[in-house]
Design a binder for this molecule. Structure first.
Ligand SMILES: Cc1cc2nc3c(=O)[nH]c(=O)nc-3n(C[C@H](O)[C@H](O)[C@H](O)COP(=O)(O)OP(=O)(O)OC[C@H]3O[C@@H](n4cnc5c(N)ncnc54)[C@H](O)[C@@H]3O)c2cc1C
Length: 433
């Protein structure tokens, strides 16, 4: 194939960002996807009749344009609106999420410590803005909430101590209760769910329905194809079979760090900056049982170190079509970033699930499959913003639009991915003018 015959816009990746870019462009593009399927992280794996997303993938839509697009893709009511039932499991008890607005049900001394710390923090005149996420927690929630939930939970989720993380990222994702919420939640009066994800949309057979529906309406997606090298000076993709693609604009959703590795002879300062980018992998388990889940929850947060996981969710409580009749399927997100030794970990987790009242007996478990997400959580460390300030202008100058959760190197949602794709399409069109 001659490279001159190819469309002027090349898109790397058929995850939600790449597919959204293609949809919003409508023409003049070619998508290349490294893997044999579309969806990126938003996929559903099937094993012995059970269906598992790559841990909980719940859709929150705020943007009117994206909402309108979804209603074109799916018949009315197909995406079900689900009201979140999320809990926290600590001190051997379940309490409501978010922890900072729901101390009712905790041991009295723990609730007291949380409330006292919260009120003390409110009365304190802090001399400076929080320098890191630990300080953010202490200033906004106080010592008790920080000690019992915010610090240990976030250390387990992000894989690094909150001291290593900047405070800037969190305002959108951490529920910030008002004084009334904290007080009402201490006496069991909270009557509303707090936070950005109080309800969500979900397709009946798993989140993969979303990229599959998107891909069915766009053309020019080539699977199992990724460039071996990007000649950024000449705007040319090289493939290992000798084929090339000359582009005017390149939209890439590959992880930013990997993208820099693909650039042929990238400037030394860009390579050095890319070496500073940090991202944690995530090991989790798909767990299938031949009995229903005994708790009416969607997921639970687990802050205590004595449990090897920080979150457990029940897919079949999102949609009963995800498990065979009378069975259930779960995701168990592990705090340790190393490959799990299932011979010791499996029985331990089975016992913990019994202790948490999710299943009646360890014998209810049919299988546990460990899975890994190589790029899961970008670390917002103290070099984060300065590093991106070096890399991003270089890419833009060279007509490379690196978008998406890992392309832009951030913490963002599926709706964000759809919005990033739309933005990338607009920018790519401008580059053609
Ligand atoms: C554990 C976890 C839980 C999450 N839960 C939620 C949730 O509940 N709700 C929510 O809204 N969001 C959630 N997200 C976020 C959501 O998964 C992402 O925001 C979204 O899927 C990102 O889409 P993307 O297209 O930007 O990236 P990706 O999904 O990573 O897609 C990128 C695609 O590019 C391909 N690719 C990579 N390199 C190349 C290359 N060189 N050439 C060609 N193709 C390439 C990859 O194979 C992949 O298909 C979660 C994410 C994680 C990790």
């Amino acid at each position: 194939m001659s490279s001159t015959a190819k469309p002027p816009i090349a898109i790397l990746g058929a995850g939600l960002t790449g597919l959204s870019a293609a949809h919003h462009l409508g023409s003049d593009y070619q998508v290349y996807e490294r893997l044999g399927h579309v969806g990126g992280h938003a996929i559903t794996l099937e094993e012995r009749g059970y269906r598992f997303d790559r841990t909980g993938h719940l859709l929150h839509l705020r943007d009117p344009g994206i909402r309108a697009w979804m209603s074109e893709l799916f018949a009315e009511g197909h995406l079900r609106t689900i009201h979140r039932r999320s809990l926290v499991f600590s001190h051997g008890k379940y309490t409501r999420y978010p922890y900072q607005a729901n101390t009712f049900g905790l041991p009295a001394e723990v609730a007291f410590e949380c409330l006292k710390g919260y009120l003390t923090a409110r009365e304190t005149s802090w001399e400076s803005a929080p320098a890191n996420f630990e300080e953010f927690c202490l200033q906004n929630f106080g010592e008790g909430f920080s000690k019992h939930f915010m610090i240990p939970y976030n250390a387990r989720l992000w894989g690094v101590h909150p001291r290593e993380i900047t405070a800037e990222w969190c305002s959108r994702f951490v529920p910030m209760p008002k004084l009334d919420d904290v007080l009402a939640g201490a006496v069991g009066l909270n009557d509303r769910e707090l936070g950005y994800n109080a309800s969500f949309l979900y397709p009946p057979t798993g989140i993969q329905e979303l990229p599959v529906a998107m891909a069915a309406r766009i053309g020019n997606v080539t699977l199992n194809r990724a460039p071996s090298k990007i000649d950024w000076r000449n705007k040319r993709l090289h493939f290992s079979d000798g084929d090339t693609h000359d582009y005017q604009s390149l939209i890439t959703t590959a992880p930013l760090k990997s993208l820099i590795g693909l650039l042929d002879d990238a400037p030394a300062e860009i390579v050095q900056a890319a070496n500073k980018l940090r991202c944690n992998k995530l090991w989790y388990l798909d767990v299938a049982t031949h009995k229903p889940c005994l708790k009416d929850l969607h997921w639970a947060y687990i802050p205590e170190d004595k449990y090897p996981f920080y979150r457990i969710g029940c897919y079949s409580n999102f949609s009963e079509q995800l498990a065979p009749k009378d069975g259930a399927c779960f995701y168990v997100e592990l705090a340790d970033r190393n490959e799990p030794d299932m011979a010791t970990l499996g029985p331990r987790i089975a016992r913990d699930m019994v202790e948490m009242g999710l299943i009646a007996s360890v014998d209810d478990i049919l299988f546990m499959s460990p899975r890994v997400i190589q790029f899961a959580y970008v670390v917002f460390d103290h070099d984060y913003f300065s590093t991106l300030d070096v890399i991003k202008p270089f890419l833009i100058e060279n007509n490379i639009l690196s978008h998406g959760r890992y392309g832009a190197w951030n913490y963002s949602s599926m709706e964000d991915a759809l919005i990033y794709g739309r933005q990338a399409a607009t920018s790519a069109r401008e580059m053609l003018r």
